[in-house]
Ligand binder design. Structure first.
Ligand SMILES: [Zn+2]
Length: 322
C-alpha cells in the first residue's frame, strides 16, 4: 500500500522517533498559535478514549476518528510547519494509507504573517474538528494553520528571506520581480515553506483547497481559482461575504494559479476583513468552513465541465489580490 505519509519521514528520518500512540486531551494542543510538540509526530484521538471504544457498540463505531499532527517541513529560521490530518479509519496504522475514493480537503492558514487571523482561525478549526469528529466523516481533512511561521512570529507578510510565499509557487507565470512585499523569490519554489506546501499537495492530492488570508475592510470576500465558482458561491451563502472573481492586481506565482488554474484543483482564497478579531472571523465563518469540508457539489461541478465551472480566462489568469 502506498503510504503517503512516508515522505514526511524521509526528510526528517533522524528526528522522526516514534513515541507510540499518545492519547492527549483534545483542546490543549490547538489553543496556542505555536504548539509545542510532544514529539515530531503526535497522535491524538479526538473525543475518544480506549475505554470509549470498548464501550461503543460495533454498529455505531465502525471507524475510529483519528487526528495526526506531523511536521511537513521547516521554515527558513527552522520553525516546524505543522499538518493536522483528520480521518475516520479502522486503525491508527491505516490512517497512513489514503484511500483513493475518499474526498481529501486541504485548509491553509498563515501564508502571510501579517494576516494572523488566517492562522488563528485555522487553529480554531483544528480544535473544533478534534472535538467534533462527525464533521469529517467520509473525508480526509488536512489543516496547515501556519504556512509561514517565521512571518507570523515577526508580524511580516513575507518569510525570513523576504519572499512572499503566495508569489513563490512554481506556476508558469512566476517571474522575478523587484524586492518589495510581493517579492516572489529568486526562483520559483525556492523557499522551504513553499517546498513543503507543494510537496504536500502533490502527495496528498486534495480535491479542494481553502486558504485563509485577510485584507482591508471592504475588500474581503470569497475569491476563487480553477473550477471553484460554485464552491465559492456556497461559502458566500454561509459567511455573507461577496464573491470575488478578481481582486485588483496581478499575482504571478500564486497558489491559486499553480493549484487552481494549472492543476484544476478547486481553490478558494477566503479573505477576512483585516481589522476583525479572531472571534469575529470564527463566528462569521464557522458555517462556511464546515460547508467547505462537507461540500459535495465539487464533483457535479467537475462533471458539468466548462459550462458551469470557472475556467481560466485572461482576466482571471492575471488575478488579483491576496
Ligand atoms: Zn494574504
Amino acid at each position: 500500500m502506498t503510504k503517503w505519509f512516508t515522505f514526511l519521514s524521509t526528510q526528517y528520518s533522524a528526528k522522526f522517533i516514534s513515541v507510540g500512540i499518545i492519547l492527549v486531551s483534545l483542546v490543549g494542543c490547538s489553543q496556542s498559535i505555536h504548539p509545542v510538540p510532544i514529539a515530531e509526530e503526535r497522535v491524538e484521538s479526538p473525543g475518544i478514549t480506549a475505554h470509549d471504544v470498548r464501550q461503543t457498540a460495533p454498529s455505531k463505531m465502525e471507524f475510529l476518528p483519528i487526528s495526526r499532527c506531523c511536521v511537513i517541513g521547516r521554515s527558513v529560521q527552522g520553525r516546524d510547519i505543522y499538518l493536522y490530518l483528520f480521518v475516520h479509519t479502522e486503525s491508527f496504522e491505516d490512517s497512513m494509507n489514503l484511500k483513493p475514493n475518499v474526498e481529501k480537503v486541504l485548509i491553509l492558514g498563515g501564508t502571510h504573517g501579517n494576516e494572523p487571523t488566517g492562522a488563528t482561525t485555522a487553529h480554531r478549526l483544528v480544535a473544533e474538528l478534534q472535538k467534533n469528529p462527525h464533521l469529517y466523516v467520509n473525508r480526509y481533512v488536512a489543516v496547515v494553520p501556519e504556512v509561514n511561521p517565521d512571518g507570523l512570529a515577526a508580524n511580516s507578510r513575507v518569510n525570513a528571506n523576504g519572499v512572499d510565499l503566495n508569489r513563490n509557487l512554481p506556476a508558469a507565470n512566476w517571474r522575478l520581480t523587484k524586492r518589495d512585499n510581493a517579492f516572489g523569490g529568486l526562483s520559483p519554489n525556492s523557499e522551504p515553506e513553499t517546498q513543503a506546501l507543494t510537496k504536500l499537495i502533490e502527495r496528498f492530492k486534495p480535491d479542494r483547497i481553502l486558504t485563509l488570508h485577510s485584507i482591508a475592510e471592504g475588500r474581503h470576500g470569497n475569491n476563487y481559482d480553477g473550477p471553484a465558482e460554485q464552491l465559492a458561491r456556497r461559502l458566500c451563502e454561509k459567511n455573507g461575504y461577496p464573491l470575488l472573481k478578481t481582486m485588483g492586481y496581478p499575482t504571478p506565482g500564486s497558489l491559486g494559479t499553480w493549484a487552481g488554474i494549472e492543476r484544476q484543483i478547486p481553490i478558494v482564497t477566503l479573505e477576512f476583513a483585516r481589522c476583525r478579531s479572531t472571534e469575529r472571523c470564527w463566528t462569521e465563518n464557522a458555517q462556511a468552513l464546515i460547508e467547505f469540508i462537507q461540500n459535495t457539489d465539487v464533483e457535479t461541478c467537475r462533471s458539468e465541465g466548462e459550462k458551469t465551472c470557472s475556467q481560466p480566462s485572461e482576466d482571471t489568469r492575471n488575478k488579483f489580490g491576496r
